[in-house]
Design a protein around this ligand. Structure first.
Ligand code: MRU
Length: 348
């Protein structure tokens, strides 16, 4: 069975997403340092999957500290949490998961620290599985019959360590017989759409058409796109959505062509402490991701390069946000708060 992240008792088995689709290679990570590198280098990527992997990374830190003096062990685990917090700044799932692991660390003692932290990481993973299953079926209900659906980046099993959010909904709608075709954007610079989304859809036998990012306007203008569904890395309290660079442009084009623009994200991606998208930290990645493709230089040397990994779509372009607790539409401020704090969001 294919999975992106799986706990193996004394290690974390991860599918190296940087090698897909050319090679399906699993690595066994045995230390928090290895987990942190895998997240930083995007061998494990996608907001919920990053959170799950980081939680297991903390459990590995507890295992690694077992030979140390009991008083030093919490310090070692706390240092591991800090290291993981520095891996990627935008996806809030990382911080949500690490805060939960920190709380579990505080309520543990030297005798039960490892088991408490492993249990909490497994619980976080299980909750993502449940949330993404619910999102898949709620999101599928938004897709009309005979639909062509457009998605950006990869918000599938790989990105969630579970059923997928945007892609989970699309695959579920396909299983229900409503999706005729998926249009996947290649998603420059790291090609998560071309490499990962297309790979996942073909595994599920879903008909998929790959386009370059710059084709979205033309495709919406000339073809019948029923809706756009994308994932999210952080949703601010007002409903502004940070997601893979290019999402904002697609949302504006969707509005111009009267195509509904849906965001599918678990409540672990909602950050009520951030008032609007303006306050979301956007990760800046290295120039060579832009100047090269698969390790080959494609840009003339000498120019300056901009490489923000994410952009923010203002909430006014978002038709609805699909969470595991319901499908939320405007006004986002009150409805997101209700959903994220546990009371029910508006279900459809
Ligand atoms: O840089 P990445 O590949 O980690 O970015 C991933 C995305 O932007 C996804 O769309 C997002 O995390 C949602 S995953 C369910």
């Amino acid at each position: 069975m294919t999975y992106s992240v799986e706990w193996h008792g004394d290690g974390l088995r991860v599918l190296d997403q940087s090698r897909l689709p050319l090679e399906e290679r699993y690595d066994l990570l045995r230390s928090v340092e290895e987990v942190a590198s895998a997240i930083r280098e995007m061998r494990v990527r996608g907001a919920p999957a990053i959170g799950v992997a980081a939680a297991y990374g903390v459990a590995l830190a507890a295992l690694q500290s077992e030979g140390a003096a009991p008083t030093l062990r919490p310090l070692a685990v706390e240092a591991a949490i800090s290291e993981l917090e520095r891996t990627r700044p935008t996806a809030v799932n990382l911080f949500t998961a690490l805060n939960r692991m920190r709380a579990a660390l505080c309520r543990s003692n030297a005798a039960d620290m490892t088991s408490t932290l492993i249990r909490e990481a497994l619980r976080i993973h299980e909750e993502e599985k449940e949330a993404t299953a619910a999102i898949s079926s709620l999101g599928a209900s938004l897709v009309p019959d005979g639909a062509t659906v457009l998605t950006h980046c990869n918000a599938g099993m790989l990105a969630t360590a579970a059923h997928g959010t945007a892609l989970g909904a699309i695959i579920e709608a396909y299983r229900q017989g409503r999706v005729t075709r998926v249009i996947a954007t290649e998603t420059r610079p790291l090609l998560q759409g071309a490499r990962l989304t297309v790979w996942e859809l073909l595994k599920e036998s879903v008909p998929v058409t790959l386009i370059t990012d710059s084709m979205v306007g033309h495709v919406m203008h000339t073809q019948d796109v029923a809706c756009v569904i994308v994932g999210a890395d952080r949703v601010a309290a007002n409903g502004d959505v940070a997601n893979k660079i290019g999402t904002y442009g697609i949302a504006v084009l969707a509005r111009a062509h009267r195509v509904p623009f849906y965001v599918a994200a678990p409540t672990s991606t909602v950050d009520l402490s951030i008032r609007s998208g303006r306050d979301i930290t956007i990760e800046q990645r290295s120039d060579d991701e832009v100047t090269t493709v698969s390790g080959h230089t494609v840009a003339a040397r000498g120019s300056q390069v901009l490489n923000p990994s994410f952009d923010v779509t203002p909430h006014r372009y978002v038709t609805a946000i699909v969470t595991e607790r319901g499908i939320i539409s405007m006004p986002y401020s009150t409805r997101l708060r209700e959903a994220a704090s546990g009371s029910s969001g508006r279900g459809n």
